[in-house]
Design a protein. Structure first.
Length: 337
């Protein structure tokens, strides 16, 4: 056996290059593993573009990037400020890019870990979380909708389904009409993928009927499907002007996550005249955290809540519930004194 050391190649080998010519099924699974979820790919692409532009502006090399370059980029993002989750996603994109191109990743270095720890301490004090609205606030927003219009029907279904199903906005925009199964007891939503289910295993949510038709997520979703007039394709879509003045019609184009967030903000943060209510700052993520908060306040078990949210741990329930008002949510008010 030769004792000669293997020569390090001049050019790095991309991750998986030795498997690329393997059996077809190996290559197929390798491709899926490298790609990741669709939403992740889109986010990473935008983040890498941002990092590339940053490096070009400051005369830095983006690939392979030095630890000092990535640390400087993370620090500048923190100073803007960007949310901690956003910064971590940018770093994940940089790591993935180096990994795929066969370069050592600077992201997992001890030095960068210390910088990120400092950023975490700083941002942890000011990072804002999506607040939770009450059921009464949601109902008031629904009442203001003109459900004689296409936009009103769509937005009512979006708000009610998003809340009752504890959906992430990425899940809402990914829904197709064929994912919905209307039964006598509930609406069953079949999810193909989610943030916590990137393997695409069968995963369902159940949305139940409400006593009042105008606030019933099942009836209102069915009304929107009837308005769409089809049994397949994107559920929540953009609208276009019709031939009649004031008429709008559904398009085949799926709503973006950004647009969903805008619709939630429009309906939950404004009054009847369209003026912004200063104390309200709800977002699409509020649909999910409001479901969890309301469920906790009504005594639902963590297991029941996780059946809908698909969260894996009880710790995530505590993280997502908005019970930090020391006066409103405090056991000290029920001591029996």
């Amino acid at each position: 056996m030769s004792t000669e050391l293997a020569r390090i190649p001049d050019q790095p080998q991309a991750l998986g290059s030795q498997l690329a010519t393997a059996a077809d099924n190996v290559a197929r699974y390798l491709k899926l593993g490298l790609e990741g979820a669709d939403n992740t790919v889109l986010a990473y692409s935008a983040d890498l573009k941002s990092f590339g532009e940053y490096c070009a502006l400051h005369g830095l090399c983006p690939l392979p990037a030095e630890v000092a370059t990535v640390a400087r980029y993370a620090a500048d993002l923190a100073d803007l400020p960007r949310k901690l989750s956003t910064i971590k996603r940018h770093l994940a994109a940089i790591h993935k890019h180096h990994q795929l191109r066969g370069y050592p990743s600077p992201v997992h270095s001890d030095e960068l870990a210390l910088v990120l720890e400092g950023i975490t301490r700083a941002l942890g004090k000011r990072q804002k979380q999506a607040p939770a609205f009450t059921v009464d606030e949601l109902k008031e927003s629904i009442r203001r909708l003109d459900v004689t219009t296409t936009a009103g029907l769509r937005d009512r279904a979006l708000l009610l389904l998003g809340f009752a199903g504890a959906f992430r906005r990425s899940e809402l925009v990914a829904l197709n009409v064929e994912h919905l199964e209307f039964t006598e007891r509930a609406l069953i939503v079949h999810l193909s993928r989610s943030k916590t289910n990137q393997a695409g295993e069968a995963e369902d949510k159940a949305v139940f009927y409400a006593s009042t038709a105008n606030f019933c997520p099942v009836r209102c979703t069915r009304a929107w499907v009837q308005q769409l007039g089809r049994s397949t394709g994107p559920l929540f879509v953009s609208l276009k002007r019709g031939k009649v003045k004031g008429e709008t019609l559904p398009t085949p184009k799926r709503l973006s996550a950004l647009r969903v967030n805008g619709l939630v903000q429009l309906h939950l943060n404004h009054d009847e005249e369209g003026h912004k209510i200063p104390e309200k700052n709800y977002s699409a993520h509020s649909l999910r955290v409001s479901f969890i908060t309301v469920s906790v306040l009504r005594g639902q078990s963590n297991r029941f809540i996780k059946n809908q949210t698909k969260q894996k741990t009880d710790a995530m329930i505590d993280r997502y519930s908005r019970l930090d008002d020391v006066v409103s949510f405090n056991a000290a008010q029920n001591l029996g004194l």
